[in-house]
Design a binder for this molecule. Structure first.
Ligand SMILES: Cc1cc2nc3c(=O)[nH]c(=O)nc-3n(C[C@H](O)[C@H](O)[C@H](O)COP(=O)(O)OP(=O)(O)OC[C@H]3O[C@@H](n4cnc5c(N)ncnc54)[C@H](O)[C@@H]3O)c2cc1C
Length: 228
């Protein structure tokens, strides 16, 4: 998979700082902006998160491109409603040469891999045949496996991203969306290190929220996210 941060709000932490200070300050925006230029946003951002004053994080937005990800994964991704999406269309784009994502559990099992590739080849041939018979691409695609590689652009604000990382960086999430979420987190950490310092699954910040479904690997996961 290829994940890129293609655009983001400039001065993410400054915007959040100014928005939050504006709520409680008697000063005007020019003054607060000047203040933001020479003050670290760290204390304020930590306090905002602790108190749940999260609406100010909505002023910063991030746009990612994801390529070489399966439709299985993008279907999980688009369940996140506080976001904007644009995905390669199977109605308009010819998929005669589609490729499929291979889950590691299948890639490392020779017989499973053989059967998987056989089924994908069959689906590809059928897709082409249906198109040759005059069936529209939008209908021929019903034969395509969910594993098909797709491309999607997603825009989320920092508040939604923090929520998304909590759910999708968790070991309970499926491997592919977890991998995408980890890469997205790694990219935004470079842009807004204070905002995303403790982002990731709940266990990175405290107790696991998964109850009986907990993976029981909190220590391992904490180390994994420290290294991101
Ligand atoms: C491990 C895992 C397993 C899952 N398994 C399944 C499954 O088996 N079946 C299934 O259908 N889905 C499943 N999901 C998807 C899950 O149910 C959510 O649809 C998805 O994670 C999006 O999260 P969300 O609804 O919290 O947040 P988002 O859509 O990202 O929204 C963010 C937040 O905004 C608020 N919000 C958004 N829309 C509304 C609204 N209409 N009303 C009130 N508040 C709103 C909520 O506080 C929400 O948490 C799974 C997700 C995970 C992480």
């Amino acid at each position: 998979m290829k994940v890129r941060l293609i655009s983001h709000t400039p001065d993410v932490e400054k915007v959040i700082y100014v928005a939050a200070r504006l709520c409680y300050s008697k000063h005007d925006v020019d003054f607060i902006e000047r203040e933001a230029s020479h003050k670290s946003p760290q204390d304020l951002i930590e306090r905002l998160k602790k108190s749940g004053h999260l609406s100010v994080f909505e002023h910063a937005s991030f746009t990612f491109s994801l390529e070489g990800v399966s439709r299985v994964m993008t279907h999980q991704l688009v369940r996140h409603r506080i976001a904007s999406y644009s995905q390669r269309s199977q109605r308009y784009v010819d998929e005669s040469n589609f490729s499929c994502v291979i889950p590691p559990s299948i890639a490392e099992n020779q017989e499973a891999l053989r059967l998987y590739e056989e089924a994908v080849d069959k689906a590809r041939s059928l897709y082409r045949k249906l198109c040759e018979l005059g069936v529209d691409k939008e209908d021929a695609r019903y034969i395509i496996p969910q594993a098909i590689e797709s491309k999607i652009i997603v825009t989320m604000n920092a508040r939604e991203l923090l929520h998304f990382f909590t759910l999708r960086c968790c070991n309970r999430a499926q491997w592919e969306i977890r991998e995408a979420a980890k890469r997205m987190l790694s990219l935004v950490k470079r842009v807004a290190p204070v905002v995303f310092r403790d982002a990731g699954p709940a266990c990175v910040r405290g107790a696991c929220s998964e109850g009986e479904f907990s993976c029981g690997k909190a220590e391992e996961v904490r180390k994994e996210f420290e290294l991101l």
